[in-house]
Write a protein that binds this ligand. Structure first.
Ligand SMILES: O=c1ccn([C@H]2C[C@H](O)[C@@H](COP(=O)(O)OP(=O)(O)OP(=O)(O)O)O2)c(=O)[nH]1
Ligand SMILES: [Mg+2]
Length: 151
C-alpha cells in the first residue's frame, strides 16, 4: 500500500528513543504504537492506565489519528483501549497516550517497547451544524435501537 499522508513525529526527550509508529505488513491499516515506560507497568484486573508512547505528532489538517486496540492483546489478555477509538486531533501537540484497560481476570505486565495499540490515519469530514425547525421525513422515522425486523 502506498503512503499518501505525511505525519511529522517528534520523539519526546524524556521518553528516550521511542520508536516511530510502524505498519507490520504491507497492507496493514494500523501502524503499531509502542509503550514508552521507565519501568514495566502492571495492570491488575479491572485497572486502567494512560500509557505514554513518547511521541507527539503533527497530523495534516483534515486528518485524525484513531487509536485502536490490538486484537492479539485483547484476545490473549483482555487488554483493550477503553476509549476506542481514541481520537488524536490534528491540532494536538501533546504526547500521544493510549488508555489501556485490563478486562481480563489476571494481571498483565506491559513492558517498554511493547506494541500496545495501533494508529489509523483517517480523513475527517467537518460539518456545518445548523438549527432547523423540521427534518425531512423517512421510512425509519424515529425508530431505532432494534426497531427493524419486527413483525
Ligand atoms: O486516546 C487518546 C485520546 C486523546 N488523546 C489526546 C489527543 C487528543 O487530541 C486530545 C483530546 O482528546 P479528546 O477530544 O478525546 O478528549 P476530551 O476529553 O474531549 O479532551 P479535550 O477537551 O482536551 O478535547 O487528547 C490521546 O493522546 N489519546
Ligand atoms: Mg475533545
Amino acid at each position: 500500500m502506498e503512503e499518501s499522508v505525511r505525519v511529522r513525529v517528534k520523539q519526546l526527550a524524556e521518553a528516550g528513543d521511542a520508536a516511530l509508529p510502524a505498519y507490520a505488513s504491507d497492507g496493514a491499516a494500523g501502524a503499531d504504537l509502542r509503550a514508552a515506560l521507565h519501568e514495566p507497568l502492571v495492570l491488575t484486573p479491572g485497572a486502567r492506565a494512560l500509557v505514554p508512547t513518547g511521541l507527539a505528532v503533527e497530523l495534516p489538517a483534515g486528518y485524525e489519528m484513531q487509536i485502536r486496540p490490538r486484537s492479539g492483546l485483547a484476545a490473549k489478555h483482555g487488554v483493550t483501549v477503553l476509549n476506542s477509538p481514541g481520537t488524536i486531533d490534528s491540532d494536538y501537540r501533546g504526547e500521544v497516550k493510549v488508555l489501556l484497560i485490563n478486562l481480563g481476570s489476571e494481571s498483565v505486565t506491559i513492558s517498554s517497547g511493547e506494541r500496545i495499540a495501533q494508529a489509523v490515519i483517517a480523513p475527517v469530514t467537518k460539518a456545518a451544524f445548523v438549527f432547523v425547525d423540521t427534518l425531512s421525513g423517512t421510512q425509519r422515522g424515529e425508530g431505532g435501537f432494534g426497531s427493524t425486523g419486527r413483525d
